[in-house]
Design a protein around this ligand. Structure first.
Ligand code: AMP
Length: 215
């Protein structure tokens, strides 16, 4: 299964894609996580991407497309995956279509998670991420047992630079301007399934599974 989870930043794509990976065994490809790891490791990709992430703007399409090609068609190529955070622009979506065609593959499903922007902004500002294992918490709805410490691995919890309020507003604008046209692109192709993304993790997961065809 080749699927995409799409939706505004903070709607819960990462949480849900991780759950799909754990429960269905499809590989989660989270481009934001890959870029943050590259920045932390100080690689060439990380150096290229650093400023874009800090400002909440998008990394150029050619960089993202070659990253995706390397990830999907490494050795061995991935057969079951869920893309989380890619594509974010129409050229990325078109590039992905061509990439899959070159490998005689195609997308099976695109699931759009829908939620009100005001609620998302509040949720993002309360998000904390584990530096060590990437686990995601929310100070309001899913706080860690001990302040600033990951329940799972004991790592330090931090607030992503781009989860500060002033950057959140900008990221939501970028989503409206650059990623909403991607939603229209997939709707036109008949691949899009809309899902209510505002509920408990289990409720939303249930909705996604149904949209993916009952897995
Ligand atoms: P995320 O963790 O998905 O919210 O992504 C964090 C940041 O990584 C974004 O604000 C962008 O700067 C960058 N990024 C992630 N995925 C992409 C993409 N597909 N295209 C361009 N930039 C991206």
């Amino acid at each position: 299964m080749r699927a995409i989870l799409i939706g505004p930043p903070g709607v819960g794509k990462g949480t849900q894609a991780k759950k799909i990976q754990t429960e269905l065994g499809w590989r989660q490809i989270a481009t934001g996580d890959i870029l943050r790891e590259a920045i932390q490791a100080g690689t060439a990709l990380g150096k290229l991407a650093e400023n874009y992430l800090a400002q909440g703007t998008l990394v150029p399409d050619d960089i993202m497309l070659s990253l995706i090609e390397q990830t999907l068609y490494g050795n061995p190529p991935l057969e079951n995956f869920v893309l989380d955070g890619f594509p974010r622009t129409v050229p990325q979506a078109e590039g992905l279509t061509q990439l899959l065609q070159r490998h005689a593959d195609r997308l099976d499903r695109v699931v759009l998670l829908v939620a009100p922007f005001t609620a998302i902004a509040q949720r993002l500002a309360a998000r904390r991420t584990c530096r060590q294992c990437g686990a995601i918490y929310n100070l309001m709805t899913n706080p860690p047992k001990q302040d600033s410490i990951c329940d799972r691995c004991g790592g330090e919890l931090y607030q992503r630079d781009d989860d500060r309020l002033e950057v959140i507003q900008h990221r939501l604008e970028v989503y409206q301007r650059q990623t909403e046209p991607v939603v229209a692109y997939y709707r036109q192709q008949g691949l899009l399934q809309e899902v209510n993304g505002w509920g408990s993790i289990e409720e939303v997961y249930h909705n996604i599974k149904r949209a993916l065809g009952g897995f």
